[in-house]
Design a protein around this ligand. Structure first.
Ligand SMILES: [Zn+2]
Length: 266
């Protein structure tokens, strides 16, 4: 009995510390102080800077991000009516939803077990289900849509013209999307070719030729060059002296930064 009592007290303490940590992390995120220290995101800071496991780091980050929009969840986490698993699961599924919806869903997750929470997100929220069977001469796709998605598809079909059935509509959309992507690529490589031919740099100083881009990325070993950061995600070419301050696209003025460190530069 004595040990149980001690454990209960420790558990209380643990909860309090967790909530203190979350508050501090919130401050860290508000000022994005980790960027200056060479971490490219709160997650990166939690893993490399505070040595959390990736799974726990993801939970902490989810709490901080969600609590920023729906502050009342912090109190509920403290009281124990909202579990960290619930918050993490909600974070994953509600990322793009408006705040009101997040608030509503989070409320419905109170006092639910992890299993119940996971189940709630399973059925209606899974957006697209595809079953794929490959044959020698064709591929069979079985596509499961929500009614809402199906309505949108039907609407598009009606708008597109009556000659389409769903199959031809999808094939048509794929062809079109691919063509527009490919023609954009050709266009941009042509611009670079023309300017190379004239012996001038591309007129737009923000425009960097593909070859130069590749050089810059290769020299940086495909990693962010902000001191201390080694991120290889969302890399961008940065003008060391910004274009608006007269910086050009010469090799010596270019470096690789991850999106967050590029944003930090402003
Ligand atoms: Zn970086």
């Amino acid at each position: 009995m004595k040990i149980h009592k001690e454990l209960l007290e420790l558990r209380q303490k643990e909860k309090r510390i967790t909530s203190e940590i979350l508050n501090k992390l919130q401050e860290m995120e508000d000022h994005r102080e980790y960027l200056g220290m060479g971490y490219n995101s709160l997650f990166d800071y939690l893993v490399r800077g505070l040595h959390y496991s990736e799974a726990t780091a993801y939970q902490r980050q989810a709490c901080v991000r969600l609590a920023k929009e729906v502050p009342e969840i912090k109190q509920k986490i403290d009281q124990g009516s909202l579990s960290l698993t619930a918050v993490t699961t909600a974070f994953k599924h509600l990322r793009t939803k408006p705040v009101d919806e997040k608030r509503q869903v989070l409320k419905s997750l109170e006092n639910k077990s992890s299993r119940e929470v996971k189940k709630m997100f399973l059925e209606p929220m899974t957006p697209l289900k595809i079953q794929k069977t490959e044959y020698a001469d064709k591929v069979l796709l079985r596509l499961e849509l929500t009614h809402e998605q199906n309505q949108k598809l039907e609407k598009l079909k009606a708008l597109k013209s009556h000659k389409h059935n769903i199959e031809s509509l999808l094939v048509n959309l794929i062809e079109k999307e691919l063509k527009s992507y490919e023609s954009n690529q050709i266009k941009s490589s042509k611009i670079n070719e023309v300017s190379a031919f004239k012996g001038t740099r591309p007129r737009n100083p923000r425009q960097i030729s593909k070859r130069l881009r590749n050089d810059v990325f290769r020299d940086a070993s495909f990693k962010c060059q902000h001191p201390g950061c080694n991120s290889n995600h969302f890399l961008q070419i940065d003008h060391i002296i910004p274009v608006r301050q007269g910086g050009d696209q010469r090799r010596s003025n270019l470096q690789v930064l991850c999106a967050n460190h590029n944003r930090l530069k402003g």
